[in-house]
Design a binder for this molecule. Sequence first.
Ligand code: ZN
Length: 236
Amino acid sequence: MFNKLLKYIKSVLIDPHCLACGAALEIDEKVVCNQCKNTTIADLFSSPMLKYKGNIVEQRLMGLALFETAASLMPFEENTLSQQLIHDLKYNNYQAIGSLLGEAIATQIKQNNRYPQIDYIVPLPLHPKRIAQRGYNQSELIAAEVARQLNIPLEITNLYRKRNNESQTLKSAEERIKNVKDLFELHNPTLFENKTILLIDDVLTTGSTIISCCEALYKSNNIKIHIYTASVADVI
Ligand SMILES: [Zn+2]
């Protein structure tokens, strides 16, 4: 464990290497080298299957949540670069990955005419206890970069998580739905009234957490919700 930590500190802080090809990073490069950013990463983020009307993210949420559009940056696949990006962002304190993902999401939103004027960027909230353990909310890191790039306010206080629910893995579909029921709440529903928000999360699996989040958001009258996740996993 300690050796792993030392290796991580060396690889990221002292002697940073490209997460994709392993080459030493130049001073102006973050997470990946410029060459990989323009090739491997550009390919990974490019799948039209995850962006356009009727894409697989929308199919997964259709009929379960009320939303305007839903999209994802990349497919989440085990033992690939996508898993490493999400894993290092979530568990290894590699916060610069949040900027890489957020910058790409912002670029895709700018280039896609499906998006109207957005009023607030809202990350999927973690419970304060989880934030205390991890030190940050990984979805907020992504959302903060989207907000910065698009020059739209980041709103992180209105929507909150009521319970620190355990991991969703290994639960049946029925248990998962029960586990996320009334999981989120709004401090002030009027803040999001008549507003268009972009909800950001790191990984979409079954979608049950996002669905629960949308239920809380719909306590604001005439809210319009767009959803963008950094990755989408196949669900067995
Ligand atoms: Zn590289």
